[in-house]
Design a protein around this ligand. Structure first.
Ligand SMILES: [Zn+2]
Length: 609
């Protein structure tokens, strides 16, 4: 078939329009042969016509034809990208539909699943559901002892009301802080009781970043101290300095605790300020109340890992003869030096400590090429959410429909498509529904450290988290893909799917460090999440942004993140198809994917290979 237009798809379409092949023709031919009736050869002109028609019939049967716009599964079909994937991959991709995803979301976010809490019955039921689906799709178990389950050893810590948390300033009254309203805190030593009576030292952002020639500690001995610090990182618009607007890992609260522990501190008090945290105190209250899970400890831990309300910090600064705004200002200078407030934290931490296990659910489709069958591409999505909070009045089930029943629905739909495909890519495909993401990416952290296929042999991790069911997307976000050697393939595929690549809409929120692909990046695996942008078919961009803002303001990590029948999963299906094609392509490449030269994760990659 002569190339008549730029993309192979258009040529097929224009061709079929120009030369429509009546389906019924095909039918009759088939009928005759099957009925055993003697088939007589038609006359010459008829023969010529028959030859031409059967020629284009064969052409059409091998190359599926698709209408305009991003493939969604609503009786639409996807373009044949210039990235050569076998026909079997397309046939499988085309079976991905919005309704398949809808039913997974509806089930996983049902009240009966009780918010899929980590270490709660609802979470375990969700894990069994996912494992059952994987088995149904004909995939192989990749968990422990030939099962689909990888046991993750966890500890559930609940800070008990007997806990005392008092700040004794240099001058004035001792501040006995009110839990949840003025502070939240956890004892990360995983002991039932810990006591702290230590000096409070203000360390600015608490960052030591040699690559940015930045060190808030300046060699100060903070062993045994409690560190008061700011979240986020020094403001910058220079991409070479803390990556400009985008948040680096240094700005994440997890880094702050990790660095303080490395410095020998016994506790941390993070100051919550809405703009700097990019979320409300309510999110802190919800994320840090009730039971919080940790991976079972293999070393020391902070006795007090806490957040304090901004007003408390202002009061403490004033009672120490200082001004918080001024302290925050000074912290923005490279010459900042730690400040001993002359105040003490006296905390008596009392915790309920519950050892338990939760499961990562792992399945694998072995690759078709023996040379690289021990290498893999991984798809991840977390299935856990905040569970049920018996002590909460009213609606106390955190259903987590969008976060992250949508990602699970997409993961399952991609797994089903791979399982039903008439062929397999060269490398193996690993499917991982991970637990305890809401507890701090714990399931994926454990999987990254205990992968069924060595991290150095994993070519790519594609993650799905919180994919808005808002309709047909015209954009895709693949933040982090530009940092890998796979980016040109991602760009080509996005073009074929008629999706514009949208840069991270809120780089300051540091999304790259807030979802499970980050656990793979930390062990060197090229990894990123796939999500829709803000532009949806039939709507201006502002509509998409408004939907996002409304979700973040009203439903993010709230019981109201629930399933609604009017949700439109067209976009989720489009993201599933896009990820399916990307993963198949990545699993078929001659080489393993790498990070770009100089990337912060490159050292971990070379260490793992
Ligand atoms: Zn999530």
């Amino acid at each position: 078939m002569p190339a008549v237009s730029p993309s192979p798809l258009q040529s097929v379409q224009t061709f079929r329009k120009a030369f429509p092949v009546p389906r019924r023709f095909v039918g009759r031919l088939v009928q005759k042969r099957s009925s055993g009736e003697k088939f007589r050869m038609p006359s010459m002109p008829k023969r010529a016509l028959a030859t031409i028609t059967s020629a284009c019939l064969i052409a059409c049967l091998s190359l599926p034809a698709w209408p305009e716009g991003a493939p969604t599964g609503n009786a639409s079909r996807a373009p044949k990208p210039s990235i050569a994937l076998p026909g079997a991959a397309y046939a499988a991709l085309e079976t991905i539909t919005p309704d398949h995803i809808r039913w997974h979301v509806r089930y996983l976010s049902h009240d009966l699943l009780e918010g899929r809490g980590t270490g709660q019955r609802g979470g375990d039921i969700a894990a069994e559901y996912i494992a059952t689906q994987f088995a149904e799709y004909g995939l192989k178990p990749a968990g422990d002892h030939g099962t689909f389950m990888q046991k993750v050893p966890l500890v559930g810590i609940t800070t008990l009301p007997e806990t005392k948390f008092a700040v004794v300033p240099k001058r004035g009254e001792t501040m006995n802080l009110k839990p949840l309203d003025e502070y939240v805190a956890f004892d990360q030593t995983q002991q039932p009781q810990s006591d702290v009576d230590a000096e409070i030292v203000f360390v600015g952002y608490g960052i030591e970043a040699p690559e940015y020639n930045w060190d808030d500690y300046k060699g100060t001995d903070v062993r045994g101290k409690v560190l008061l610090m700011l979240v986020n990182e020094p403001p910058s618009s220079d991409p070479k300095f803390f990556k400009g607007e985008a948040l680096t890992y240094y700005g994440r609260w997890t880094y702050k605790y990790e660095e303080a522990l490395r410095k020998g501190a016994v506790g941390v008090m993070l100051i919550h300020q809405k703009q700097m945290a990019s979320y409300d105190w309510d999110v802190v209250r919800n994320s840090f109340s009730g039971e919080k899970s940790y991976l079972r400890l293999e070393g020391p831990g902070l006795k007090v890992a806490s957040w304090i309300h901004f007003d408390v910090a202002s009061h403490l600064a004033a009672a120490s003869g200082m001004n918080l705004e001024k302290m925050m200002q000074d912290a923005q200078s490279r010459d900042f030096h730690p400040l001993n407030l002359g105040a003490r934290l006296q905390a008596h931490m009392v915790s309920k400590v519950r050892n338990f296990e939760s499961n990562n659910v792992l399945a694998i489709l072995p690759g078709s090429d023996r040379k690289v069958v021990d290498e893999a591409v991984v798809y991840t999505a977390h299935y856990d959410h905040f569970g049920i909070r018996p002590e909460m009045p009213g609606d106390n089930i955190f259903n987590g429909a969008q976060d992250n029943a949508t990602g699970c629905g997409i993961l399952l739909e991609i797994a089903r498509a791979y399982g039903s495909a008439g062929a397999r890519p060269r490398r193996s495909i690993l499917f991982a529904a991970v637990t305890a993401e809401e507890q701090g990416l714990l399931g994926s952290e454990y999987l990254g450290k205990h992968p069924p296929i060595a991290a150095g042999k994993i070519s790519l991790d594609l993650n799905y988290d919180d994919v808005k069911p808002l309709g047909a997307p015209e954009e895709v976000e693949v933040t982090g893909a530009e940092r890998t050697t796979f980016y040109s393939n991602v760009q080509a595929m996005a073009k074929e799917f008629r999706l514009a690549i949208r840069p991270d809409a809120r780089p300051q929120a540091g999304h790259f460090y807030r979802s499970d692909h980050f656990s793979f990046a930390r062990v060197g695996v090229p990894a990123f999440s796939i999500n829709e942008g803000m532009k949806f078919k039939g709507h201006p961009e502002s509509w998409g942004i408004a939907q996002e803002q409304e979700f973040v303001e009203k439903h993010y990590h709230q019981p109201s993140d629930e399933y609604h029948p009017e949700m439109d999963f067209t976009g989720d299906s489009a993201m599933a198809r896009f990820g399916f094609a990307l993963g198949w392509d990545a699993a078929s490449l001659p080489q393993l994917i790498q990070w770009q030269k100089g990337d912060e994760f490159e050292p971990a990659r070379s260490k793992s290979q």
